[in-house]
Design a binder for this molecule. Structure first.
Ligand code: SAH
Length: 374
C-alpha cells in the first residue's frame, strides 16, 4: 500500500513540474518547487529553460571583456576578499594605458563589449577618471565597443555623467533582496545601507542605463524563501540583466567563520543553475551572465550555465599582474591566463556547450528595448 502511495506521489510531482513549466505566470510556490527540482524534474526544467532561451533571446553567447581596473574599495562587505579592512591585499589601480590596451584587445578580437569593474570609490577624482576612460574607449573603438560599468553606488550626477560619457549598461548586484540577510553580510552602517543600494538601482534606471543586478547563492543564513524572494524582486524591479553566482568563502573575511554551516560547494553550484533556469522562465527576455564564480567550483561551470539559460560570458582581460590582487573569493579561476589564452579557452568551451559566440555584436538586453518601447 505504502509503495503504491509513494509512486502516486512521484507521479503527482512530475505532473506538477510539467504544469509549472508551461505556465505563463509563476507563483512563489512554483518557484520554490523549481529551485528544489532534482533528477528528472531538474532535467525537464533545464530542457525548458534552454528552449525558452533559444526562442526568446537566441542561442548566441555574447562576450563582455572584463577589466578589473582597481581593487581600491571604501566598503567592508563581510564576504568580499578585497574589502577595505583586508590588509593582505596589495591595492592597485591599472593605468589608462593598460586599460586602453585591454579594450583594444577586446575590439580587435571582436568581443564588442567590455565591462569596467572596480572597488567602490566616490571621490571627484575617480568620477572624472572613469568619465575620461569611457570617452577614450569610445574613441579608440570608433564607438564600436559597448561599455558596461560595475563601480558600485554613486550619485545621480555621477551615473548621468558616465552615461553621457559612453557607458550604456551598469551592473549593481543587490547581493540579497532580503534586508535582514543583507545586514548579516554587510556591516550595519551608513556606508552599507540597503536602502541606498536600492535607490542606486532606481537612479541607474532613471539615468537611462540597461540595469543589471543579482545575488550570491549559498550565503550563510540564506533560505529557499529568500532566494524565491530574490527572483520575485528581479521581476518587480523589471531588470534588464542579471548576474548570479555561488557564494564562495574567502579566508580573510568575517563570514569565513561560518564556513562549516554552508551547504557543500556542489550544492551551491547546482542551486545556482536552478536559479538561472528559473529566472529564464520568469523573465525570458533579459540578459543573464554565466558568472565566473561558477568556474571556481566546476571547471565547466560557465558553460553549464549557458546551457540552462545564461547568454553572456565575461572573459577576463585584467592585466595578469593584477589578477591575484582581485580575489573576491577562493579559487578564482584564470589567475595566470593572459587575454589571448582566455579567449581561445572560452571559445572552445562555449562551442562545447552548444552555443555560438556573438562576435562583433553588442547583444544588448532585449528586455530593455521592450520596456523602452523601442
Ligand atoms: N564594487 C562593485 C563591484 C563588486 S565585485 C559593486 O559594488 O558592485 C562584483 C561582485 O562580486 C559583487 O557584487 C559580489 O556579488 C561578488 N562577490 C564578492 N565576494 C564574493 C564571494 N566571496 N563569493 C562570490 N561572489 C562574491
Amino acid at each position: 500500500m505504502i509503495v503504491v502511495y509513494q509512486e502516486q506521489l512521484i507521479l503527482l510531482c512530475m505532473k506538477m513540474i510539467e504544469d509549472i513549466l508551461t505556465k505563463k505566470d509563476l507563483t512563489r510556490q512554483d518557484l520554490i518547487l523549481l529551485l528544489q527540482a532534482k533528477g528528472d524534474d531538474r532535467r525537464k526544467l533545464f530542457e525548458r529553460s534552454s528552449q525558452v532561451k533559444k526562442e526568446v533571446v537566441g542561442n548566441k553567447a555574447y562576450f563582455r571583456g572584463l577589466i578589473e581596473f582597481s581593487n581600491i574599495c571604501s566598503k567592508d562587505c563581510l564576504y568580499c576578499g578585497i574589502r577595505k579592512s583586508n590588509e593582505k591585499v596589495f591595492r592597485y589601480e591599472a593605468t589608462d594605458e593598460e586599460i586602453l590596451e585591454a579594450c583594444d584587445f577586446a575590439y580587435r578580437n571582436r568581443f564588442a563589449s567590455v565591462v569596467l569593474q572596480s572597488g567602490e570609490l566616490s571621490s571627484p577624482a575617480f568620477t572624472k577618471r572613469v568619465a575620461s576612460l569611457l570617452k577614450q574607449i569610445k574613441k579608440l573603438s570608433d564607438n564600436g565597443l559597448g561599455i558596461t560599468l560595475s563601480c558600485g553606488e554613486q550619485t545621480r550626477e555621477t551615473y548621468a555623467l558616465w552615461r553621457e560619457s559612453g557607458a550604456h549598461r551598469y551592473l549593481l548586484r543587490i547581493e540579497s533582496s532580503d534586508p535582514g540577510l543583507y545586514y548579516k553580510i554587510h556591516p550595519q552602517d551608513e556606508r552599507h545601507s540597503f536602502e541606498k543600494r536600492l535607490e542606486a538601482l532606481s537612479l541607474l534606471r532613471e539615468t537611462g542605463y540597461q540595469v543589471g543586478t543579482g545575488v550570491m547563492i549559498g550565503l550563510p543564513f540564506q533560505t529557499m524563501e529568500s532566494l524565491v524572494n530574490d527572483l520575485v524582486f528581479f521581476k518587480e524591479q523589471d531588470i534588464d540583466m542579471c548576474g548570479m553566482g555561488p557564494y564562495i568563502e574567502h579566508e580573510d573575511t568575517p563570514l569565513y567563520k561560518y564556513r562549516g554551516e554552508l551547504m557543500p560547494k556542489q550544492e551551491r553550484f547546482d542551486l545556482t543553475l536552478n536559479m538561472i533556469a528559473s529566472l529564464r522562465l520568469l523573465m525570458p527576455d533579459i540578459n543573464m551572465v554565466a558568472a565566473t564564480a561558477l568556474q571556481a567550483i566546476d571547471p565547466a561551470g560557465r558553460e553549464k550555465a549557458l546551457a540552462v539559460g545564461a547568454n553572456v560570458i565575461m572573459p577576463n582581460l585584467t592585466p595578469c599582474e593584477y589578477r591575484k590582487e582581485y580575489q573576491l573569493y577562493e579559487d578564482k579561476p584564470c589567475l595566470d591566463e593572459d587575454a589571448e589564452l582566455c579567449r581561445n579557452c572560452l571559445e572552445a568551451r562555449v562551442e562545447l556547450a552548444g552555443s555560438e559566440i556573438g562576435y562583433g555584436e553588442w547583444g544588448d538586453s532585449k528586455h530593455y528595448f521592450t520596456r523602452m518601447g523601442l
